[in-house]
Design a protein around this ligand. Structure first.
Ligand code: PLP
Length: 307
């Protein structure tokens, strides 16, 4: 019952259910998948909350000592067991050496971000030089848009999906206002069809084809936070760039969750946070990606002085 790499997850489940002669939602399918999971030992690297420690629930319905089934990695990933050890090492160093901790020890603070940037290369599919670990996601999105959103009277829109994460929506609104643009006219939101939950690629490509000349920046989520839809990032990038748009992605729900090849796909820019599927903890450094092709060309937009 080995899966082929090209098989869709739903087909894998169907195939295993058929082989086990049960329904796809039968517990046996889940247990089979657990048993075959090559990554299952990683579970032991994390603390899993117990039902009894969670906010009020009807405890008569559950075994209090049972582990919770944690479906909130999309909000905050679980704590890796080594976090406390690492933090204590740094707190110790701070207590003992103060400012000397900036440049000594296993993790000199001054290069704290540079020490770990290499770990991100394979996760987002980019060169070390294309990645910066800094700030929080929304701050990085603002910084990236300052450089990539350079509206002209003809090309003034930002294309995004409906129900984008609220802070992304507001960041885009702010960027449009910063350039004195009318949000109604310049924020081009694409919605799923009536009665449908997810966007159709053909509809996205049609908007790009028809309105691409007036779109400065295309900014989609790699994986939509609300619907879970994985967008075809390489196809959107290709279509947008063919129309002269810059194409960027918010990877909050994609990073650490799905395979990414930002460099090879030619994506112009991207940003992500590290506390969801990367389990860095609240306040963990966020990421920004700028494709190598822009290293020497992309600069923040010049804003017209306000009279
Ligand atoms: C979680 C999330 C954010 C959060 O951004 P912060 O700057 O960390 O608050 C932004 N955008 C999306 C799509 C998210 O899922």
């Amino acid at each position: 019952m080995e899966p082929s790499p090209l098989e869709l997850p739903a087909d894998t489940v169907q195939r295993i259910a058929a082989a086990l002669q049960c329904h796809p939602t039968d517990e046996r399918v889940a247990l089979y998948l657990d048993e075959k999971d090559e990554l299952k030992h990683f579970r032991d690297y994390f603390y899993i909350p117990k039902m009894k420690d969670l906010p009020p629930i009807d405890l008569s319905l559950v075994n209090k000592d049972e582990n919770a089934i944690y479906f909130l990695g999309n909000s905050l990933g679980l704590q890796p067991k080594m976090v406390k050890t690492y933090l204590e090492e740094e707190l110790d160093k701070w207590a003992k050496m103060g400012a000397y901790g900036h440049d000594v020890g296993k993790r000199p603070w001054i290069t704290g971000d540079e020490c770990i940037v290499g770990l991100m290369e394979d996760i987002v599919g980019a060169n070390e030089k294309e990645i910066a670990l800094m700030n929080a996601l929304t701050v990085n999105l603002h910084l990236l848009l300052l450089s990539f959103f350079k509206p002209t009277p003809k090309r003034h829109k930002i294309l995004l999906e409906a129900k984008a994460f609220p802070s992304d929506h507001y960041a885009i609104e702010s960027q449009l206002q910063l350039h004195g643009l009318n949000v109604e006219k310049s924020m081009r939101i694409i919605k799923p069809r009536e009665g449908e939950e997810i966007l159709r690629m053909e509809d996205i490509l049609e908007v790009i084809e028809k309105e691409g000349d007036s779109i400065a920046v295309i900014l989609f989520s790699g994986v939509h936070f609300y619907s879970g839809q994985l967008l075809d990032m390489p196809a959107i990038t290709k279509a947008g760039q063919a129309k002269g748009c810059f194409v960027g992605f918010d990877l909050a729900h994609a990073v650490g969750n799905v395979e990414l090849h930002l460099h090879d796909w030619g994506v112009d820019f991207a940003c992500w946070c590290s506390y969801k599927y990367l389990n860095s903890g609240a306040g963990g450094l966020a990421g920004a990606f700028v494709h190598e092709k822009h290293t020497h060309t992309i600069r923040p937009a010049k804003l017209e002085p306000i009279n």
